[in-house]
Each structure stands twice: as structure tokens, then as C-alpha cells.
Write a protein that binds this ligand. Structure first.
Ligand SMILES: [Zn+2]
Length: 434
């Protein structure tokens, strides 16, 4: 069961491209006739009625931004009547109105199949018991991981997020083998298990984690794997593009396969919109090739990553995202220097004695100030090697070397930072409140 849809997952690059071209032609005609927003956009971009001759012609098409979803709120981007919709999801924006996404029967089936592929690629097998700790509701995580597990024939516990004590009880008593959650919640679960007196090795059968919905570093992966004693695989998606399941890490754990028969990927320079060469790091852009209820052309994700075209050992030819390293939206400008929170995490997780929880706080006195509050690893905290001064100095120096800006480092006792049960809020920019 290494593959869920072998012919599509093992498809050779030339065949994938032929399929993408055929689908791209069709979807452009489809949106031009069905979605007034796109009809207008294509006209503005001076794109004729049949603009796609080869795959690169996608570059003639206009981008779609998150703002376009907001300005067409709530139903303006739907290409089908409400009577054809079978499910809606919405994500909360930072300001005001939610971002609405609709699915018809075809879309829901497609999403389910893609999630089935994700589980299979990560190494899920018949007999696995999935404990799904993603939030069920408007957020796509819960139902996405739910449908995918069922598609593969796995048993799902629809736990939803939160109530960690109950999660641990179920994990032990029900013999869950797969945990689906955000990576930060997985770390929290590991910590709580120890606190509650569970023996992670003896009490749990957990072997695999399906983690996504927030960017995390390779070092964070190692911590999750060590803490829970499992293999932790990365899943990528966006609620605007079905939800989770755009790309998934296979058992090789070397990049996330994009299901390119459904999503045509590009990387662009986020500042200029210029399309980059394959393999260059930039903002990920996806054209949804078959979604019927709400097709999106060249959707700008704001996520920064590099796409690798090399063949993978697992037998899949779908190109891989080499880990999302940050969001262009998350970039902090501190005293004129670009700082990505992911860089801070990368530094912290590589230093012995640093715990899994940290906070980045930015404020402004006369100049911008960067504070990094970081918990000491509980194992290290009581040990004779622990010297707060040395640890603080090491962190300060390493951050400065990587970020080129000074950060005031504060060491905290283990357990000081408020734990979250969904996406971790690691960055607080107080300048925005001034
Ligand atoms: Zn692979």
C-alpha cells in the first residue's frame, strides 16, 4: 500500500506535463465562461480566448491573490451554483471577513483522493489507527485528514484539537499508531505525556506523525521524532487550495511531493512576480487544474520554498517542495534587515540545552528591537552542565551570526511559555499596535 493511486503517483514527467497541458487549457476556458471575475481579469491581461498552446503559457495568466478572495466575498469566485456545493470551509483572516472556499462533489472526492495519497506516501498502512487532533470545523485540517484516512481504509478517531489529557488517554487505550496534528501540538503532547507519567515507549503504539499547517524546521522535526519516538512527516497545503494535501513528504523524508496532476506549480520572485528558474527559491504559486466549484489560476501562496525536479527514491516523479522555509508575509524587517522567524528557529533548535518553546518579540523604542525568549530544555535545566550565562551568550552570538542583527535573549524556565493547541503563535510584533 505504498501507493494509493499507483498510475497517477508513478506517472513519468512527460506524461504529467501532457496531462497538465490538457487540463490547463480546459480550466482556463472554464473560468473564462463561468467566473465573471476571471473573465474580467483575463481581458485586462489582454489574454485571448484560447491562450494556452504550451505549458509555459501559464505565465501569460494573471495571478490570484488572497485579497481577490476577500473582495469577492462570500460567493463571487464560485463557478457553480450553490445547489451543486456539498461543503464549505472558511479560514479566518487577520482582519475582518473570513476567506470562503466551496467544494462540489468532484472537488471533495479529489481532495479525499489526494489526502489518501498523502497517507500512503508517508507510510500509513491498513491496520493503522489514526488519532486526528486537527481541529474539526471550518478549518480544513480536521476533515481533510479524516477523509484521507478513510479513503485508505484506516480507522480514524475524530478527536479534534485540544483536551490533551483525553488525547493521551485515547492514544494509550485505543492504540493509536498515527498522530495527525500541527508539529507544535505534537511536541506539547510529548511533554504532557511525560508530565502525566506515561512511558512513551511502553504505553503508546504511535509510530508515525502527519504534521502540517505551520512551517517547521528540520531541527524541529528531529525534536518531535526524538520526543515521541516516531517518524514525523511534513504535509503541505492551504485552505484556499482544498486544504492539506497539496504536497506530502514520502518515506524518504526528503522534500514534499506536489500532486502535480492537480496543482501546476511555479516559483516566483515575491517582489517582482517574475517567474524563477526551476530549483530557485521563491514564492510558491499554484494553478488548480481540475477544481470545479472554485478554480484558482496562479494562486500566490506567500510561502517561500524551492522546488526540486529530481526523481525520488520512492518511485514518484512529482517534483518536491524542499520544505517551506517561511512566508513572505511573516518576514520581519528589523532595522532594515530582513529576518525570517524560521531562521531564528533554525538557530535555536541547533543549540544544545535549548527547549522546544520560544517566542520572538519585536518592538520599537527609537530603533527596532528584537527579543528572543526561549525555554531551557527540561533535561538540561537541572543538570550540572547548565550555565545560564554561557547558554545565553551562545544563543546571542549564533543569532547575531545568522541574522546579522542583535537580539536580546532571555532564558526561561521550562513550561513558562503558554502552550497552544493549534498553530503556535511564536511571533509578536508590537510595532503593529503602536
Ligand atoms: Zn518520494
Amino acid at each position: 500500500m505504498a501507493f494509493f493511486e499507483p498510475p497517477l503517483e508513478k506517472m513519468r514527467p512527460a506524461k504529467i506535463e501532457a496531462l497538465q497541458l490538457q487540463r490547463l487549457k480546459k480550466i482556463v476556458r472554464y473560468v473564462a465562461t463561468r467566473v465573471p471575475f476571471y473573465r474580467k481579469r483575463l481581458k485586462q491581461a489582454k489574454v485571448n480566448s484560447d491562450p494556452i498552446g504550451k505549458l509555459e503559457d501559464v505565465q501569460k495568466l494573471p495571478f490570484t491573490m488572497k485579497d481577490d478572495l476577500r473582495s469577492n466575498y462570500p460567493y463571487g469566485l464560485l463557478a457553480v451554483p450553490i445547489e451543486d456545493i456539498v461543503e464549505f470551509h472558511a479560514s479566518s483572516g487577520t482582519t475582518g471577513k473570513p476567506t470562503v472556499v466551496g467544494y462540489n462533489r468532484h472537488d471533495l472526492e479529489t481532495w479525499t483522493r489526494l489526502m489518501g495519497r498523502c497517507y500512503a506516501a508517508a507510510g500509513a498502512r491498513k491496520g493503522d489507527v489514526v488519532q486526528n487532533a486537527y481541529g474539526y470545523g471550518l478549518f480544513t485540517g480536521g476533515l481533510g485528514f479524516h477523509y484521507g484516512a478513510q479513503a485508505l481504509g484506516l480507522a480514524v478517531w475524530p478527536m479534534s484539537s485540544g483536551n490533551t489529557k483525553r488525547q493521551l488517554l485515547f492514544m494509550k487505550d485505543m492504540g493509536s499508531t498515527i498522530l495527525a496534528s500541527t508539529p507544535s501540538y505534537a511536541l506539547y503532547v510529548g511533554e504532557e505525556a511525560k508530565k502525566e507519567g506515561y512511558n512513551l515507549e511502553k504505553d503508546f503504539k504511535l509510530r508515525l506523525g502527519m504534521f502540517g499547517a505551520e512551517p517547521w524546521s528540520e531541527e524541529a522535526r528531529r525534536k518531535v521524532q526524538d520526543t515521541l519516538g516516531i517518524r514525523a512527516n511534513d504535509c503541505y497545503g492551504l485552505s484556499e487550495l482544498y486544504g492539506p494535501g497539496v504536497a506530502m513528504e514520502c518515506e524518504e523524508q526528503h522534500g514534499l511531493h506536489i500532486w502535480t496532476d492537480e496543482f501546476l506549480p511555479e516559483t516566483i520572485d515575491p517582489a517582482t512576480g517574475k517567474v524563477l528558474e526551476p530549483g530557485e527559491r521563491g514564492e510558491l504559486v499554484f494553478t488548480m487544474l481540475t477544481r470545479e466549484a472554485m478554480p484558482l489560476l496562479r494562486y500566490r501562496t506567500r510561502d517561500l520554498a524551492r522546488i526540486d525536479m529530481e526523481e525520488c527514491e520512492c518511485g514518484r516523479y512529482h517534483p518536491r517542495i524542499m520544505r517551506v522555509t517561511g512566508r513572505s508575509d511573516d518576514m520581519l524587517i528589523i532595522g532594515g534587515v530582513n529576518v525570517f522567524p524560521s531562521q531564528v528557529e533554525h538557530v535555536l533548535m541547533g543549540i544544545e540545552g535549548v527547549g522546544e518553546w520560544y517566542e520572538i518579540i519585536v518592538d520599537r523604542d527609537i530603533l527596532d528591537r528584537l527579543h528572543v525568549r526561549v525555554e531551557v530544555d527540561p533535561k538540561f535545566y537541572g543538570s550540572p552542565e547548565f550555565d545560564p550565562q554561557i547558554l545565553q551568550q551562545t544563543i546571542t552570538e549564533e543569532l547575531r551570526a545568522v541574522l546579522t542583527v542583535f537580539a536580546r535573549v532571555e532564558l526561561l524556565k521550562p513550561g513558562t511559555i503558554t502552550r497552544t493547541e493549534g498553530k503556535a503563535k511564536r511571533v509578536v510584533d508590537l510595532r503593529k499596535q503602536l
